[in-house]
Design a protein around this ligand. Structure first.
Ligand code: ADP
Ligand code: MG
Length: 388
């Protein structure tokens, strides 16, 4: 697999001939650097210059001023055919050739590169497998016989055929229904874990941007960069009213969907094991601000909660005393899912369990709210001062 390359926009401006009487262009003084192997999502309302920005990378459009580098090379100084072979390009209406089979479509670039027939077939098979399409079923079909989602996968396979270090994707999943779309998003993220390409991904959907991007560039009409940062930075500290409105009033909840239980300092529960002395357990439970006692089996797996009023003054603890349960969480559970479970829970504390099901700590809604208040990344502009 080839290595990925960084992509750099340096003061890039594009004014289309005939747009406005000298007023703002399609892209205005755009500067950003996308590190090699990262996904950068360009997001913003319709007409804010996303497609124009993307097409300047593979020179379907030439900038009015400024330059774009791939690695250290100015794309304007490269042969345009060579340049495009090093850049995969996926668009919404995939643009498959209708009279060619799926296999031939996928092998388009290898054919241009002069690979022989058997090598092309082998590469097409490998790529179809990569995007989750069984070559035996799909390689000899024609595009008309595919669903929208399948066509989109073929488009991705074709874009990856020459193993390009950079991939441009312009609203690639915009034309498929929401369920297929979510599956394609997840597949692309899985694929990216293995391929680590530099991907510029365009969407107008902020949720898709937050999900797909290592970095997100929010653009504003006129092609102005409103904010560039990680999804969490943008949700936690929107740089302007425009960004705040664009990410939505529920940005706090969206942040919770990005963070996981392992970001929290877990609360140690008061625990006891079946067979323990009841009076001693009672004393310990009452000494804790959260007076419920978590009863565990000898493997430290939770059996249930014993309410303070149910704790016997003497004797030993047994399973029948544990009358309430609460949701089990894993370290990988998102804080949003954790909160959703707590809203429904009988006891307001989620039990975090490890891979063997043993209890390792508790999470309460209050801890999640506290995280949301305390974990804001530093805000360079100081815009969030006094927000608490
Ligand atoms: N070929 C063109 N000629 C003139 N104006 C264009 C052309 N392509 C796009 N524009 C204008 O440039 C702006 C940015 O367009 P575009 O990059 O397609 O935005 P987006 O992809 O974010 O919707 C819009 O105002 C659009 O009308
Ligand atoms: Mg567009």
């Amino acid at each position: 697999m080839s290595t990925a390359e960084r992509v750099v926009f340096e003061h890039v401006t594009k004014r289309y001939a005939g747009t406005g009487a000298g007023n703002s262009g399609a892209v205005e003084d755009l500067s950003l650097e996308i590190p090699a192997g990262k996904v950068c999502v360009l997001v913003g309302p319709s007409g804010c210059g996303k497609t124009t920005s993307l097409k300047m990378v593979n020179r379907l459009i030439e900038p009015t001023s400024g330059r774009i580098l791939i690695g250290d090379t100015d794309v304007a100084k490269q042969d345009v055919i060579e340049l495009r072979r090093g850049i995969g390009y996926v668009i919404q209406q995939v643009g498959l050739f209708p009279h060619q089979t799926v296999g031939e479509n996928v092998a388009t670039v290898p054919r241009l590169l002069g690979w022989d027939e058997s090598r092309r077939r082998a590469r097409a098979q490998e790529l179809l497998e990569l995007v989750g399409l069984d070559p035996a079923t799909y390689a000899d079909r024609y595009p008309a016989a595919l669903s929208g989602g399948e066509r989109q996968r073929v488009g991705v396979a074709r874009a990856l055929a020459a193993d390009p270090p950079v991939l441009l994707m312009d609203e690639p999943f915009g034309a498929v229904d929401p369920i297929v779309r979510e599956r394609l998003q997840n597949e692309l993220l899985d694929l990216q874990e293995r391929l680590a390409k530099t991907i510029l991904f365009v969407t107008h959907d902020i949720d898709e941007a937050i999900k797909m991007g290592d970095l997100v560039a929010v653009l504003q009409v006129g092609g102005h960069l409103a904010q560039f940062g990680t999804p969490d930075e943008i949700l936690a500290n929107p740089a302007s009213d425009f960004v705040a409105r664009f990410v939505g009033a529920d940005r706090g909840l969206k942040r919770l969907a990005l963070a996981r239980v392992d970001a929290l300092q877990l609360m140690p529960p008061v625990t006891a094991t079946t067979g323990d002395d009841a009076a001693e357990a009672h004393r310990r439970a009452l000494a804790d601000p959260f007076p419920y006692l978590l009863l565990l089996d000898p493997m430290r797996r939770p059996i249930g909660w014993i309410a303070p009023r149910d704790l016997p003054a003497g004797g030993v603890l047994d399973e029948s005393l544990a009358t309430a349960m609460s949701p089990f969480l894993r370290r990988r559970t998102t804080l949003k899912d954790a909160l959703a479970m707590l809203v429904e829970a009988e006891v307001q504390a989620g039990i975090v369990v490890d891979g063997r099901g043993a209890a390792i700590g508790l999470v309460t809604a209050e801890m999640i709210f506290e995280w949301a208040r305390e974990s804001r990344p530093p805000d360079p502009a100081g815009a969030a001062q006094g927000a608490r």
